[in-house]
Design a binder for this molecule. Sequence first.
Ligand code: IPE
Ligand code: IPE
Ligand code: MG
Length: 249
Amino acid sequence: MSQTLKIPNHIAIVMDGNGRWARAKNRPRFMGHKKGVDAVRDIVKECGRLNVKSLSLFAFSSENWKRPEEEIKHLMGLFMLALDREAKAMARNNVRLKIVGDLSAFSEKLQDKIKYVEKLTENSTGLNLIVAANYGGRWDITQAAQKLAKLIESGDKTSVSITEDDITKQLTTTEFPDPDLFIRTGGEKRISNFMIWQMAYAELHFTDELWPDFNAESLNVAIQDYSSRQRRFGKTSEQVIAEEEKNND
Ligand code: IPE
Ligand code: IPE
Ligand code: MG
């Protein structure tokens, strides 16, 4: 068996623990989110260095609207600020930004900013940075079902002909391959409605580290963990080893 490190094509991260990070330092929760943006910058850089093709970050879930209004306001402000500050650096560093989620809930100003940064970085050929904002996995599948239903209504499709691939094609992440590695910081062991369809076969890595403390080294630990897994996709271990040996010939 090969000992070389396998780099995942697509990493998806639930960046959790900002609030607890701040609370542990007797600071307001907002400071944790602010520090969390610095961690994003470091991880994007490291993914670029490692030649990871796509990185998906869960920034705001469809369930996060239940938080205190003050915190939501801070988060929106921070999102706007980060887009403003990082747009040019992303373009310069060949990063392509794509925001997924129900953006209609955001202010006009924020929606315009999102469109602007997506346009500015659309020709980048390096890392795809997918930021999930007002995103929920169930929302994504629901909007895909609505689009398929429309195709049926217009006579372009029949209900019996619907395949898994048809559903995948209507998801907001359809242009990117499924995540290979899922990371959640902050100690909780749950998916919290992230890309549930897309992560059907992702390798899961959980760490107690709080998101503001997560750094390049932590990412490399997660990748090493991923690299040590045998991905079988339903096959037997022997089949996978035989295939790997054949590919190494
Ligand atoms: C994750 O950190 C960031 C968002 C959900 C926006 P949290 O804010 O959930 O931090 P904890 O879980 O309360 O520590
Ligand atoms: C998940 O974190 C969403 C984001 C990181 C944006 P939460 O902290 O909201 O998750 P739960 O509600 O504790 O599962
Ligand atoms: Mg949390």
